[in-house]
Structure formats: C-alpha cells, structure tokens
Ligand binder design. Sequence first.
Ligand SMILES: C[S@@+](CC[C@H](N)C(=O)[O-])C[C@H]1O[C@@H](n2cnc3c(N)ncnc32)[C@H](O)[C@@H]1O
Length: 209
Amino acid sequence: MSALMAFFYDRTMSALEKACLHDWRTELLAEVKGEVLEVGAGTGANLAYYPSNDVRLLLSEPDDAMRKQLERKVAFIQRDDICLTSLKAEKLTLDDNRFDYVVASLVCCSVANIEASLAEIFRVLKPGGHYIFIEHVAAKKDSKARRWQEWLTPLWRKFAGNCHLNRETEKAMARAGFQFEKIQRDAMPDSVPIIVRSSIHGVAMKPFN
Ligand SMILES: C[S@@+](CC[C@H](N)C(=O)[O-])C[C@H]1O[C@@H](n2cnc3c(N)ncnc32)[C@H](O)[C@@H]1O
C-alpha cells in the first residue's frame, strides 16, 4: 500500500466501521486471552477491542506504511504487552502450536497465497486454539454481485492493496482443517457497496487431532 493509502485508511474505513465492523470486533475480540497473534494488523483497527488483562499480543503487519501507523497507535496506548513484527501470513517463522488465538480481519482477501496463509495460521495455533476472522468474501455463485466481483477483481487488486473481491475464504478455511464454532454469513448491511457486502465473521478452532 502506498503511504497515502495507509494515511487515509482509517478515514476510508470509517463508514464500514460504523455500519458493522465496530460491532463485530467488539463481540469477537472480547473473548481473546493468553498468547495472541494478529496477522495483517494494518493501522491497528482491532487494538481498542482487545481486553486489557491477560493478553500478550504479537501484531504482524508486512506493509511498511501501514506498520508506521500501527507503531504510532501502539506507542499512544502505552501497553507493554504488545510486540510488533513484519511477518507475512504465508511465512510466519514462529513456533508450532504457540498461540491461544490468531486474529485476522479483512486480510485473507489481500494475502498473496490464501492456502499458505491459512496453513501457517493453523500451524502456529495450539490444538484447541481459536482463529477469529472477519472477511469480505465472494458472493453466491451466479449472483449479480458475484459477476461484478469477478469482473472488477483484476483492476480492484491493483488499487486496493491486492484485495480480491471474489475469494471463497470459508471453503479455504475448511480445507486448511479449521472447525467452525461460530460463523455468520452475508451480514454486512445494505448501506455497504454490493461488491464487498458478502462477508463472514466468527470463530474457528484448530481441532485437537
Ligand atoms: C484491508 S487491510 C486490513 C487491516 C486491519 N486488519 C483491519 O481490520 O482494518 C489488509 C491488511 O493485510 C495486510 N496484508 C497484505 N498481505 C499480507 C500478507 N501476505 N500477510 C499479512 N498481512 C498482509 C495489508 O498490509 C493490510 O494491512
């Protein structure tokens, strides 16, 4: 992402935050505790939603411009239980079975390789650990929204930090081995543009065997 896009990211997202992301982040992140990894942390949109007790947070953001905004926010809130890294989701170079929770919001649409990213998230989670996700995803096959998504994605990716409008993220998560504990689909309100309205959010578990 360019420095300009990173600078305006929070402002660009504010309508979507009000429409639904604020509620979803509040609901999903309230349960987080222990060793927590957030991948693609961006400018730190989730920071305000993590509980202040019993959370040791590793924030990963590979984009330099986004990470600068993130560093500023982390410095501002003055929590000493937060560390930053620039690791990409596809290659986390962290120990197997380390984290109680992995969090990713609006990230699977942008990663270069979704299968490799989910495999890495799965690997670093403890058995019984939880993956908290919020993603905009492909609309139903043969729908008008899906046709727009397929048509626009090649161009959209170039201007929106590699964001794909048409990823079937739920299927990819199931293929990676996750078990869904809670999932809500197609839940963005009508005020959100049709090409990003289809979404999933919830909690998935890495099974014990
Ligand atoms: C749409 S932003 C979402 C930021 C934040 N998570 C949020 O909820 O607002 C997508 C983020 O994913 C990051 N990203 C892109 N490719 C990535 C990768 N391969 N691994 C990890 N993060 C990546 C981008 O740099 C960007 O910060």
